[in-house]
Write a protein that binds this ligand. Sequence first.
Ligand code: NAD
Length: 352
Amino acid sequence: MSEKIRVGVIGAGWISEMAHLPAWSKLADIVEIVAVSDLNVERAESAAAKFGVPMAVSDFRQLLEIDQIDAVSVCTPPVAHSDVTIAALEAGKHVVCEKPMAIDLPSAEAMVAASEKTGKKLAIQFQSRFHPAAQALKKMIEDGDLGDIYYANAVYHRRRGIPGWGTFQSRAHNGGGALIDVGVHALDMALWLSGHPKPVAVFGSAYSKFGKRTDIYGALPAEKSQEFDVDDSAFAMIKFANGATFNLECSWALNIDNERQKVILAGERGGAELHPLRVFKDSPEMLIDIVPSKLKDVDFPTMHAMAIEDFVRAIKEDCDPLVTAKQALMVSQIVDAVYRSQEDGGMVALTE
Ligand SMILES: NC(=O)c1ccc[n+]([C@@H]2O[C@H](COP(=O)([O-])OP(=O)(O)OC[C@H]3O[C@@H](n4cnc5c(N)ncnc54)[C@H](O)[C@@H]3O)[C@@H](O)[C@H]2O)c1
């Protein structure tokens, strides 16, 4: 493909303006942003004006009718991810869709099926995989430095940080709360680093302790707190066919010391944790802690830009993006199982 890739951006809210539109704009020599769509057309117009995009529409279907568009970013709330993604794939567009992949497991499965049927690329925006420390650790793991990984602790905690904007507070729009919003990042990282072992059982809990309260630090505005019906923390144990066990813990609000994002992995030959990256080895004489130096740090928009660049590479070279839809589906399967475990009070077995 020698021509520029022509792009549409669907949803012009926070992530669109903070990450996707800047990322596409950075690739101006090989990409042209043709149109932006948002249900709120003023938002679409404002984003289009800011990023020099010639067209702003309210209905995403109007954007999908533009033949010259090759690829779209889906930056809507989760409730629309599957409908918009499937319509885009069926309209012949490649899709990079924001996390969480979908509001529920059947919707995520339908997205994978649509991508397979149409042959169009579908990437999910788990941008943390592109952090140089994560990339370095992945390479060490692939080189066998940790041996077989049999334990992971995937953590994404906020002491107080329930999103007060958008539709994050509503199960109907978001599919859940902290687990599906931030827990998925930690889970995806642990799964990717350990090579996506097959999950076989999940035992978990999800709590809703803060969203409705007005007497806490960081309380939601009244109208958001009234509609709050999702989890603000979740905890789970996941068992895998290869014998590995992962602990997953996440929160938007939890009475702990502070925000904490970590993935800890332990294998037979070594262990590691992110962020910052540290690797734990030993010899008969000593325990050895490896701390990288001169490893580049990158910020949130840069990781998104790297993910978008990888998606462009996948289109141009007709290969898989780093975050495939099938891999993201595994995250959705586990999230679904945690919520089912909470509802049923027992362990959820995962079958084919
Ligand atoms: N990858 C990350 O780290 C990260 C960070 C923040 C948000 N996100 C994800 O990005 C998505 C959007 O989050 P946000 O914070 O930008 O939300 P937001 O509420 O700021 O923006 C969403 C926008 O989508 C628009 N919209 C809704 N339905 C639409 C439709 N059918 N067609 C076109 N536009 C539509 C809304 O009007 C709104 O402007 C969510 O899935 C969220 O989880 C990902």
